[in-house]
Write a protein that binds this ligand. Structure first.
Ligand SMILES: [Zn+2]
Ligand SMILES: [Zn+2]
Length: 493
């Protein structure tokens, strides 16, 4: 952005001329105050967005009631209210409806969210996730969860917030979540949608397990060619889907080599001996046994209600992985808490379903811990406080079960503000693995592995940001350039 556009941006008086100095007779902005100006601008934008949806809600209510008094026709009254707002804001009728619905929800049952939005603390995207996430939940659930959801909204990007709300609802009332899930099954569907340049999208809405299984089968069929096949991975997946729909067993390799080792689909057995793709659900043992009801996750999907986890665990195509990170993944703790304790296998709250804790609360608790005991932010040797390496710890690539466990617990890229799903992330050794001396370098163990998307893995490789693993897989990040620090937590505990 050139100087002239900066001048235009900040010379309209809305920021009170913060930082404006005269240079050569023209107002310019001091780069040192740019962060403050940017922050103030975002805050003002949020406050105005709040005014817009609350205004739309109030105006539509007034028009709706006026028409209802005259004709008693609910449908007509709603159309009148929506149309007026759509025309006034020059937006579509659907957009107007969304504004009104968000404004109504804030006014009717989300008082804390409304106050935070109006104060400019939350943006429209997060408020919309809160409204969408909590609409339809029981009033007592909303009242119980709003404060925790808000704590998460202040600290998570919208994508992570959406999943955090879902997880909190699962934990608060697992039975209602299971009921909702079963009802939603009738919305499963397959449709096509025209794309540009002669492409089309084939979209399927499936249950989470069906979708993960389908992708596993597609990936397996796509992997049936040799390494010299000229197609890229995504094209192979598309070809594999089409082949499977035609009842074929895999792809014909296009390498053109007479010595190709890939087996042609025709000669592949159609018997049910075909290996099923390896699929994982991650949950704690007590939930699986029905003793507690904590949310679980499907590797490659995200959080699921505990009843669903129990259902899948009984299906032989799914492998259940148990979360026990507290005992195996020792991160940095305050030094005074170093007394050796024998940790139970299942480290859960005693009455989980009524006291779900969101990611926001966990981040806040961890930030307080760091403020009280700053020495926990120190570079680790990457050995997880273990004297000797566990099997696999000295091999660079983590085994399938360890990789699935880390992915399922992290849920997404662990860089601040990034929501790239764990299934598309790489597993990063927080303390570098040393191929020349694996015992001395960082080990391949849960407490030294984190999910990072390709982009943020590169950011870490450039040493622009430094991560330190704290307790419970919280990660403390420091920006080398600005000194900014922040904490991220895994999606599940
Ligand atoms: Zn080949
Ligand atoms: Zn990322």
């Amino acid at each position: 952005m050139g100087r002239s556009s900066l001048e235009c941006m900040f010379d309209n008086g809305s920021t009170g001329g913060v930082g404006a100095v005269v240079d050569d007779g023209r107002p310019v902005v001091d780069p040192l105050v740019l962060p403050d100006i940017l922050f103030a601008t975002a805050q003002s934008e949020n406050m105005l967005a709040a005014q817009k949806v609350l205004g739309a809600s109030m105006l539509s209510e007034s028009r709706f009631n006026a028409e209802l008094d005259v004709s008693g026709d609910v449908d007509k009254a709603w159309r009148i209210a929506c149309n007026e707002i759509a025309v006034m804001l020059t937006c579509s009728r659907r957009t107007a409806e969304v504004h009104i619905e968000i404004g109504d929800a804030l006014r009717e049952f989300l008082p804390l969210t409304k106050a935070a939005f109006a104060a400019g603390e939350l943006d429209y995207a997060r408020v919309r996730k809160i409204v969408d996430g909590l609409t339809g939940a029981a009033p007592e659930a909303i009242a119980a969860l709003e404060r925790r959801v808000l704590a998460s909204a202040h600290r998570l990007p919208p994508g992570q917030l959406e999943r955090d709300i879902e997880r909190q609802l699962f934990a608060y009332d697992p039975d209602a979540a299971a009921e909702r899930r079963r009802k939603m099954l009738e919305h499963r569907d397959v449709r096509t949608r025209a794309d540009r340049h002669g492409l089309a999208q084939l979209q399927a809405t499936l249950s989470a397990n069906e979708a993960v299984e389908a992708l596993g089968l597609i990936n397996e069929a796509a992997g049936s060619v040799c390494n010299h096949d000229p197609r890229n991975a995504s094209t192979r997946r598309a070809d594999a889907l089409v082949a499977l729909l035609h009842g074929e067993n895999g792809l014909t390799c296009q390498c053109g080599s007479e010595t190709c080792e890939a087996v042609s689909p025709a000669s592949r057995s159609t018997a049910p001996s075909r290996r099923k793709p390896l699929l994982h659900i991650v949950c704690d043992l007590a939930t699986l046994l029905g003793l507690t009801s904590d949310p679980a996750s499907i590797d490659g999907y995200g959080p699921i209600d505990p009843d669903f986890a129990r259902e899948l665990a009984a299906d032989s195509t799914w492998q259940a992985l148990f979360v026990d990170f507290r005992s195996q993944a020792a991160g940095n703790r305050p030094r005074r808490q170093h007394a050796p304790t024998v940790l139970p296998l299942v480290t859960r709250r005693n009455h989980p379903s009524r006291e779900p804790k969101g990611c926001g609360d966990r981040i806040r608790a961890m930030q307080r811990l760091v403020a009280r005991a700053p020495d926990i932010v120190r570079r680790s040797d990457g050995h997880g406080a273990q004297p000797d390496p566990t099997p696999g710890a000295l091999t660079y690539a983590p085994g399938a079960a360890l990789a699935a466990l880390v992915r399922a617990v992290d849920g997404h890229c662990r860089f601040p503000g990034c929501s790239v799903p764990a299934s598309r992330c790489q597993l990063d050794h927080i303390t570098e693995f040393d191929p020349s001396d694996p015992r001395r370098g960082g080990w391949t163990i849960a407490s030294n592995l984190q999910c990072l998307c390709r982009h943020h893995h590169q950011v870490k490789t450039y040493r622009l940001w430094t991560p330190v693993m704290l307790v419970d897989r919280a990660i403390h990040w420091t920006d080398k350039t600005s000194g900014l620090t922040t904490v991220t937590v895994p999606e599940r505990r």
